[in-house]
Design a protein around this ligand. Structure first.
Ligand code: COA
Length: 171
């Protein structure tokens, strides 16, 4: 992916998406050490400790954001990784106490607006496990469409291969 020289901060009605700091690690580890969250991701192990969160912060690229709620503080993360063929892939999670309030959709929409207008991406991929329809809803509401492709992906936390539905967003 084309590297960015400065990282942006993305403001949405109730969230601020900003670079992760080392002093976020305790909070992120607390929210992420939850099998219900980790099991729906490809790369988050379970259990998840403070060292994992510190590594996440240190390895963060300029396309990685902490999702900070104006009242609750950090509630999750959203970001882009480099997938096959150097295409950008969107990923996110929200801590369980904050599910069901529209925050993932708000964060994903904010991130996609940034990807289009600041990062100049014209297409972004995303995938969700077949047993994670809530994430499919978030992606549909953020402008992604199903490609019809279903491929096996690893869930590190489950230590299992799970089929994933692929989606695409076009600017
Ligand atoms: C998936 C996740 C990000 C959703 O976060 P959230 O803040 O609760 O999401 P939102 O409130 O913005 O939207 C969730 C939508 O899914 C819907 N939904 C929830 N459970 C559902 C289910 N079992 N089947 C279908 N839709 C469901 C909700 O009704 C909501 O849609 P609506 O607003 O139209 O009613 C969160 O549950 C999470 O972090 N899960 C674990 C990690 C993960 O799945 N990351 C994404 C990997 S692809």
């Amino acid at each position: 992916m084309k590297p960015l020289e400065i990282q942006s901060v993305i403001e949405t009605p109730s969230l601020r998406l900003r670079p992760p700091h080392l002093n976020d690690a305790g909070r992120l580890a607390k929210l992420l050490n939850d099998f219900e969250v980790a099991r729906m991701t490809t790369s988050i192990p379970h259990p998840y400790g403070i060292e994992d969160a510190e590594r996440f912060v240190c390895d963060a690229t300029p396309e990685t954001f902490v999702v900070e709620h104006m009242d609750h503080g950090p509630i999750g993360t959203v970001g882009f990784s480099e997938g096959e063929g150097r295409r950008a892939e969107l990923g996110y999670w929200i801590g369980k106490p904050y599910w069901g309030s529209g925050y993932a959709t708000e964060a994903a929409r904010g991130a996609m607006g940034w990807a289009k207008s600041v990062w100049n991406r014209r297409h972004v991929a995303a995938r969700h496990f077949v047993d994670n329809p809530a994430s499919g809803e978030v992606l549909c509401k953020s402008g992604f469409l199903y490609t019809g492709q279903v491929t096996p992906s690893i869930s590190k936390a489950r230590n299992q291969i799970v089929p994933s539905r692929w989606m695409v967003w076009l600017a």
